[in-house]
Write a protein that binds this ligand. Sequence first.
Ligand SMILES: C[C@H](NC(=O)[C@@H](N)CCCCN)C(=O)O
Length: 421
Amino acid sequence: MTAASAQPPRGLAWLIGALVAASQFGNYYVYDSIGPVADLLQQQRGFSDSQVGLLNAIYSLPNVVLILVGGVLVDRFGAARMTLWTSLVCLAGALLTAFSPDFFGMAAGRLLFGIGAETFSIATLAAIADYFGGSSLALAMGLALGIGRLGSASADMSPTWFAGTYARGWQPPLVLAAGVAATSLGAAAVYWWLDRGPRRAGLLPTGNSAEKFVWRDLLHFGRAYWYLLVLCVLWYSVILAFRSTFSIKYFQHVHGLDLATAGEMNSYVFLAAVFATPAFGWLCDRLQRYAPFLAFGTLLLPVALAVLALTHWSLWISTALIGISYSLVPAVMWPLASRLVAPSRFGTAIGLMWVIQNAGISGANLVAGWLNDRAVASAANPAGYDGMMVFFGTASTLGLVCALVLWATAGRRHHELKASA
Ligand SMILES: C[C@H](NC(=O)[C@@H](N)CCCCN)C(=O)O
């Protein structure tokens, strides 16, 4: 991740950026492949909501510990090798999920996928940092994140695009997801192969340069960092547990949409993010204002949930609100994180955030699934989803409180944020 004095050729950098983004597309597609089959898994395999929730929760579970190790491995072995290795692990996980005969095999597949996928995400960020040390870094990261969102949107649109696949049951869509994971591995392999040239030419760090991990470093982050960490945990837990696990089913059962329309509605959130994430990042960089944008993006989530749960307004309204939140918050959060800590601690800071974030995402999936099961939520009993919506609403409102405290205490201007770190 360290900058080399001579940069790799610009054309190669953008080619590598495109390969990393393509690989990211597959990764996010597989992550979001459970939501569209949730109803089929219940109808055809008799899975409960807790079991469906567990299939996404178990992705995050190992990373409560492993993501710190993953960051160290990326520094040690280099981004290209780790992108390749982890995309292989992701493919193995996707195959196991699709072909396992029972719930435990599927859960093991999702566990394996989770082990690969989060470290893969750090490796792809490191890859872009390797090739875009200069002024295009935020744009390149925003674009890669945007293409990743396109993968999520494609998974949600897949019941429309591959209606025949879904008509044949729960398994063919998951086999399709494994196929997408294979293309992700292919892109990672080409990236690894192309990367050898500039690395051997000394234009990039060769790896094995990891700074020693020191636990004490964790205590030196400023107050603003901890507010951001709690906000990250709450906001991602709600948005991922709701949008990636339960929203399609919720739209079907509470708002009466069919599977294809529900998937499409969900996908617009991700589609908006494809374009809006890089655009918002560019805007925040230009205006040098982070905390107000973050507070605004965070506010939209509980508002959208309230609109969904308490009104019969068009689903377009809540979708637009969540779409803006989903584009704005990540576009601001990661650059802001880099301003809150010293550059030498950035990896540790993100690793720590993601450790707790993964625990939160896991917990939110499990709690929401349990609340739905306890209230026997279904198309025949849409009120059974009320508990889940209160839970998500409360957590996202607490996230907003963190964003406001962050803004009020340290966030008037980015230099003040730096001073508070
Ligand atoms: C960059 C950020 N990713 C994360 O926060 C991951 N730890 C969790 C993402 C899980 C879905 N792939 C993001 O995607 O905004």
